[in-house]
Design a protein. Structure first.
Length: 245
């Protein structure tokens, strides 16, 4: 796995997201609830909520579920109060790992996350130990088979994208977070289908893992993804394609 080495791409290839749809819905509902609590229930005035709703729609979440989550966030319905925390640490081979947590029990969350790191040959670090290695960016992944580079560059760059680059059999579009929605809309209006589209944390450099370390890293990331208190996981680990499929 080359280029951005995002964990979501590994999950996409492994089909893990489909296999754990119930858990995915729970995470999406938590994000909608927190977004509504922090910025209100109007998606037109709340970019974070707009992004959360778009992610939920992409997974075919029923409209009722989304509306209930918004009302819990705005206080119209009773709901759980979640606390946001970012944990940082190192995985096998010294790869950097960022963990975004939304939890109603911070003590449980940090204990579970620390245990997962330790069990798979990593260790939880102090705040700031790896965050500087990542940049918050809009990211869109498109198969080369569905468009040509010239067309894609014209559409994406005209809409405000920072970069269009190649990664194996795909094109990657990189945007500033505030330009992501405009670029995504331009891609959709041009009827170019995409594999992924999200605001994410992209590593500035990657750490190549092989053999046992790569296996351990995949197991660690899967365990973190499985943790109920974890929303998203990012790493700069570069894992060979033949270990992902």
């Amino acid at each position: 796995m080359s280029g951005h080495s995002k964990w979501s791409t590994i999950k996409h290839k492994k089909g893990a997201a489909d296999a754990k749809r119930g858990k995915l819905f729970t995470k999406l509902i938590k994000e909608i609830t927190v977004a509504a609590r922090m910025g209100g229930g109007d998606i037109n005035a709340n970019p974070r909520l707009r992004t959360a709703i778009a992610a939920a729609k992409a997974e075919n979440m029923p409209k009722d579920n989304m509306e209930r989550a918004i009302k819990k966030g705005t206080g119209e319905l009773e709901g759980v109060s979640y606390e946001e925390t970012i944990y940082e640490g190192y995985g096998p081979g010294g790869a950097a790992v960022l963990v975004e947590s939304l939890t109603d029990n911070k003590n449980r969350a940090v204990a579970d996350i620390r245990h997962i790191f330790a069990k798979r040959g990593g260790n939880l670090g102090e705040n700031g130990c790896v965050a500087w290695m990542f940049d918050k960016k809009g990211y869109i992944n498109i198969e080369k088979a569905v468009t040509d580079e010239e067309t894609l560059m014209e559409v994406a760059l005209d809409a405000g994208a920072e970069d269009v680059r190649e990664d194996g059999d795909c094109f990657e579009i990189i945007t500033a977070p505030e330009d992501f929605e405009a670029v995504k809309a331009a891609i959709e209006n041009a009827e170019i289908p995409y594999l992924e589209a999200e605001v994410t944390m992209l590593p500035q450099t990657t750490a190549t893992l092989q053999g046992k370390e790569a296996e351990q890293m995949i197991l660690m990331m899967e365990a973190l993804d499985d943790c109920d208190d974890v929303q998203k996981v990012y790493t700069n680990a570069d894992i060979p394609d033949d270990m992902v499929g």
